[in-house]
Design a protein around this ligand. Sequence first.
Ligand code: F6R
Length: 291
Amino acid sequence: MGVKGERDGPSPHRISKEKPNQNLKNIMSNLSMEQWGEPIGPEVMVHSTSQQAVEQLAGEIAAGIRKRTRQGGRYVLGLATGSTPIPLYEELVRLHREEGLSFEKVTTFNLDEYYGLSPESEQSYHHFMQKHLFSKVDIAPERIHIPDGMVPRNEVERYCAEYEEAITQAGGIDLQILGIGRTGHIGFNEPPSDDSTRTRLVTLDPVTRQDAASDFGGLDFVPKEAITMGIATILEARTAVLLAWGERKQEIVSRSLASSPSSSIPASFLNLHQDAAYLLDEAAAPEFQPA
Ligand code: F6R
């Protein structure tokens, strides 16, 4: 658990290591302590399908929200965009509509936004979040935080420091949802980003821009920069859950899990976190050699 977790009290929940299958046991024993130096590291949970995985995570989030709400507090959720979390947001919307899950006491912080895109732009992460989650649940607009891609360049540094401060003022992030890019980025922390990085303006890797090209109608239209939370910011979340589905993610997931924390694979810094999990479907799960 990170510094903030100790300061602000325990996480309202712990992603459980429920029924790890034999593959997981082998993965975890192959990734031994020598690689990390400490007997900590992410849990790896593999589900047959991404739908099963998101149902588990949405259930954990719902339990965390309900518990914190009962205690009279606010639950702080760190959010990601991209294709990976869409089924999770669908499940959270279902829980809201069918099982009375309220987001009234939830505060959110998104990881990132393209620099130069207005919130109205269809490719913006503001638009994405409204479409997939915020317009469909009872969250208060003033509790939603997404980096502003239109901040004038000479104000970006101050703006990013204020974003960090807003997270601190909210009591820190209870659970941060993450995807992983083919470059090993989390948020838009491209290689080489290390664990001292904070919210800032970054240049996107060519691979990341290529992957976004179809959303923008061609590579030329993909922004070259973004504002992203830093690795240090992400590591301060009390719980961090990285989601990955499909064969396309398998190689980078394997490399990240097997790597000692390194700026060449920014996601590998999660291996330092005391309460991090990789939530995978079978296609994204690392291959392993039976011990
Ligand atoms: C988006 C973000 C990125 C994505 C990653 C994977 O807010 O932080 O790190 O999670 O690029 O994107 P998808 O899910 O589209 O493969």
